[in-house]
Write a protein that binds this ligand. Structure first.
Ligand code: PNS
Length: 166
């Protein structure tokens, strides 16, 4: 009997994808056979990059990886996870400050569907202070963020914010 493929969902806004996200995805691939990066479609959230731009940048960053799939979703995360036959939801943990909201979200997800486990992965030390929002802020005012995001994201960021350093 062949073992069943274990799929995990890595959900988020990814506005935009950072090297911190990539670090988490690489760690998740040590545990799961396949990771689906699921970009949340949330019309109420103000974002810098459109859904198409975010999905495209992620696809470019994982070009050639058969175990990483990129998709978008709306509605409840647990419903999406069920539809994809995923066994787990991956979330990255940086500092302790992430814990409370993540804990709350995980417990709500468990209440909604107890079959999907939340798995928290610790980010590498290098990315402890990395977040999409802080990167956008730095880039907007001409900060050098080139070593914090994949190349595809850096190029797109320079388009949005011409002040961003090459
Ligand atoms: O990158 P983010 O913005 O921290 O990701 C948040 C995300 C997408 C994981 C969360 O907002 C989410 O799962 N939204 C889908 C709606 C949902 O299922 N809500 C109930 C659980 S709190």
């Amino acid at each position: 009997m062949t073992a069943k493929k274990k799929t995990a969902i890595y959900p988020g806004s990814f506005d935009p994808l950072t090297n911190g996200h990539i670090d988490i995805i690489e760690r998740a691939l040590d545990i799961f056979d396949e990771v689906i990066i699921a970009v949340l479609h949330n019309p109420n959230k103000k974002v810098l990059f459109t859904m198409d731009e975010r999905v495209k940048m992620i696809k470019q960053s994982f070009n050639g990886s058969k175990s990483v799939l990129v998709d978008s979703f709306g509605g409840l995360l647990v419903d999406y996870a069920k539809m994809k036959n995923a066994v787990a939801i991956i979330r990255g943990m940086r500092a302790l400050s992430d814990f409370e909201s993540e804990f709350q979200m995980a417990l709500m997800n468990r209440k909604l569907n107890k079959e999907v486990q939340s798995v928290f992965l610790m980010t590498g030390f290098r990315w402890i202070f990395t977040s999409s929002s802080i990167i956008k802020e730095a880039a907007q005012f001409g900060g050098d963020i080139s070593d914090m995001v994949p190349r595809a994201v850096h190029i797109k960021m320079m388009e949005k914010y011409p002040e961003t350093k090459e």
